[in-house]
Design a protein around this ligand. Structure first.
Ligand code: AP5
Length: 209
């Protein structure tokens, strides 16, 4: 299956993408993670993108497409796209690109969570700098690999509010776009990580009987 994870910042897209891709062997492509990794390597395009990321704004479409197009055309079937597309223009570009390589999206999983809960989650997020695992409290070091945990620069209160506002203005219109194509699946994103994984598995046809 080829999936897109869509929803507000902090809704748990990255957390679930790691669980579901691990379980079903899907290729995971998270554009936020990709950008942060390129920034840490000093990639010139990603450094331009960082100026927008730090302010909680979207990276302009043309720059974003330039950064991700190579990864997109080389995607192997059976993937999760997390964080792309995020604008109608990106959705249209993605559609054209996938058509060109004979790939279709099966489900767009929409993580439905209130801004209040998203804000609360992002204010307590810690991530491992080595393996990328995500935690909701500061455990000192990563229980999985022992790496150091850090807080993202864009998880400051003012930037979180900006990201939510940008989400509602620029990304939420995609819900209607995919609804009209008949591939939008809404997932209630309130609940434990395991409860939400279960809801996603059931959409993918792997629910418990
Ligand atoms: P990106 O990294 O994609 O950020 P985001 O979409 O804002 O999403 P987040 O990573 O903040 O949240 P998430 O839904 O993945 O939640 P998570 O699982 O971490 O993008 C960053 C920036 O890059 C953008 O702002 C933009 O500038 C740029 N960018 C990226 N893609 C772009 C594009 N296509 N176009 C233009 N610009 C682009 O969980 C959050 C917290 O909640 C964690 O602490 C987690 O442990 C906890 N949690 C998860 N699930 C649960 C649960 N069920 N219960 C309780 N806590 C939970």
């Amino acid at each position: 299956m080829n999936l897109i994870f869509l929803g507000p910042p902090g809704a748990g897209k990255g957390t679930q993408a790691k669980v579901i891709s691990g379980e079903f062997g899907y290729t995971y492509m998270g554009t936020g993670d990709l950008l942060r990794s390129l920034v840490s390597k000093g990639d010139p395009l990603a450094l331009k993108a960082k100026e927008f990321m730090d302010k909680g704004e979207l990276v302009p479409d043309a720059l974003m497409v330039e950064i991700v197009s190579e990864q997109l055309v080389n995607l192997k079937k059976g993937f999760i796209l997390d964080g792309f597309p995020r604008t109608l223009e990106q959705a249209q570009i993605l559609e054209e690109m996938l058509k060109g390589i004979g790939v279709k999206i099966d489900h767009v999983i929409y993580f439905d969570l209130s801004d209040r809960e998203a804000e609360k989650r992002l204010s307590n997020r810690y991530q491992c700098k080595d393996c990328g695992n995500i935690y909701n409290s500061n455990l000192g070091q990563c229980p999985k690999c022992g790496g150091a945990l850090f807080r993202r620069k864009d998880d400051e209160p003012e930037t979180i509010r900006k990201r939510l506002e940008v989400y509602h203005r620029q990304t939420a219109p995609l819900l209607d776009f995919y609804e009209k194509k008949g591939i939008l699946r809404r997932v209630e994103a309130q609940g434990t990580v395991e409860e939400i994984s279960k809801r996603i598995r059931s959409i993918l046809g792997h629910g418990e009987n």
